[in-house]
Design a protein around this ligand. Structure first.
Ligand SMILES: [Zn+2]
Length: 462
């Protein structure tokens, strides 16, 4: 937020709130934790978004015969990405107001042939997904979540480790007494990807061969009807078992797995639920695969979203060409809703303090991401940032700017460039996060609350 006068200074969200609003921040925090506990994988998150959307009166786009202003629709792509839309007074062909986040998070996927035994234990081999720091994933409780397509085509859903009383999975680490060699390695090399094998059981089966693996397989067969070959057609993810928790004596922050980027999914979903009518069709988009480059049929590079836009245009206009879709996308605007790296007081040297986002100072506008000279970045235009800034200012939104670390420290990206390549105006706008990509990340409840207000203002008047 800009103060009046010539110089710029960003303020604290808390200072802008009255008592009633402060209570609302805490209420949002409670609901946000419930959302996160139900959303530890992209599939679970998609399911939770659809469940909440249905409660809000959204119906499946594919069931609609027509679309009129105020209609609320959703579309689900392969159970892993979701679009929610509130139809505007203008036809969809005139463009959309989109807030787009991703609902996949770094994790450990089971390999295709994961089960083996060693040291009188059954273990599961993993292949990490996204940017994980491997040393953070050992010696901590993990939950196993995912979908198994059995030999006969039926589907078994596995979710073990998050509910109270559930067993968890566990990857061992060396004891300090015997880690002299490991201690000499760098943080990146100390634990390798092939070291990330999780304990699945130690009860021997009655067989003479593969007794520990067979012990586990028997349990999987009893509970899910699974055989070992079924791992081949499974997507099973090891994720942190802990549920979201308040942080601090004052409970002002939330630590949870997967704030990146489900905090932006939650805030955009809540903002859209507040939209009853709008000029342009308001869309909240929740995509998969961002952490591995947005590839594939559920990632942002997929034609899926364009096809859904085409379906909406066809319902309103009676027909729709590929060029109609392209033009609708070109007339659209996107807030690429991804988390921003907050200034970490333990590691201040990786940031430029004048340009880093700060926890508690509100929703964060990030003009560019990328690395080595903005490479691969969307680099939003001055004109579009100006438009968003005016819109936020008029709505009393507390905002700040951020960047992904100081120049040449590293870098990263979001889905911003992909939709910008569709000739769309795009700006990265999201919640500041500490310990991004760690199994337990940190956000301020005040920033979560303010980000909902920011996206709401974007849908209503940007
Ligand atoms: Zn992200």
């Amino acid at each position: 937020m800009e103060k009046s006068g010539l110089s710029v200074r960003y303020g604290l969200v808390w200072d802008s709130l009255n008592d009633e609003q402060r209570a609302a921040v805490m209420e949002v925090g409670e609901d946000y934790k419930r959302f996160m506990d139900a959303s530890k994988t992209e599939r679970l998150c998609a399911r939770e978004i659809v469940r909440r959307a249905q409660q809000q009166g959204f119906s499946e786009l594919q069931s609609k015969k027509s679309l009129k202003p105020g209609d609320k629709v959703y579309s689900v792509n392969r159970g892993k990405s979701v679009m929610l839309a509130v139809i505007g007074r203008q036809n969809v062909a005139q463009g959309l107001s989109i807030v787009g986040s991703h609902i996949d998070s770094p994790r450990l996927d089971l390999k295709q042939n994961p089960l083996y035994e060693d040291g009188s234990m059954a273990l599961l081999k993993t292949h990490y997904y996204g940017g994980v720091r491997k040393y953070q994933w050992v010696a901590r409780p993990l939950a196993l979540c995912g979908t198994v397509v059995l030999r006969d085509g039926s589907i078994a859903e596995i979710e073990v480790g998050s509910a109270p009383g559930d067993p968890v999975f566990y990857i061992s680490d060396l004891l300090p007494h015997l880690s002299a060699d490991q201690n000499k390695k760098t943080l990146a090399e100390g634990i390798t990807g092939e070291d990330l094998n999780a304990v699945a059981g130690t009860l021997p089966g009655a067989e003479t061969d593969r007794r520990f693996a067979t012990g586990v397989l028997r349990l999987l067969n009893e509970k899910y009807g699974m055989t070992e070959e079924d791992f081949v057609s499974a997507e099973l993810e090891l994720v942190p078992a802990e549920n979201a928790r308040d942080v601090g004596f004052d409970r002002s922050c939330v630590a949870a797995y997967g704030h990146d980027d489900r905090v932006c999914a939650y805030t955009s979903m809540q903002a859209l639920f507040d939209v009853q009518e709008c000029e342009k069709t308001a869309v909240a988009l929740f995509v998969d695969k961002e952490e591995v480059g947005s590839m594939g049929n559920t990632g942002m590079h997929s034609r899926y979203f364009a096809n859904v836009v085409g379906q909406m245009i066809r319902l309103q206009e009676g027909a729709c060409s590929g060029f109609d879709v392209d033009l609708a996308l070109a007339k659209s605007a996107l807030l690429s809703s991804d988390v921003a790296a907050a200034l970490d007081p333990n590691y201040p040297t990786v940031a430029d303090p004048r340009n880093a986002a700060v926890l508690g100072k509100g929703v964060t506008l990030v003009k560019y991401t990328g690395s080595r000279g903005k490479s691969g970045s969307n680099d939003a235009s001055a004109e579009f940032i100006g438009r968003v800034r005016r819109c936020f200012g008029e709505a009393g939104v507390v905002w700040q700017t951020g960047e992904l670390g100081k120049v040449d420290q590293g870098g990263g990206g979001t889905i911003a460039y992909i939709l910008a390549n569709c000739d769309m105006d795009v700006l990265d706008v999201g919640v500041p996060v500490l310990s991004m990509h760690a199994p337990f990340e940190l956000v301020s409840k005040a920033d979560v609350y303010m980000t909902i207000r920011a996206y709401r203002a974007f849908y209503k008047s940007c």
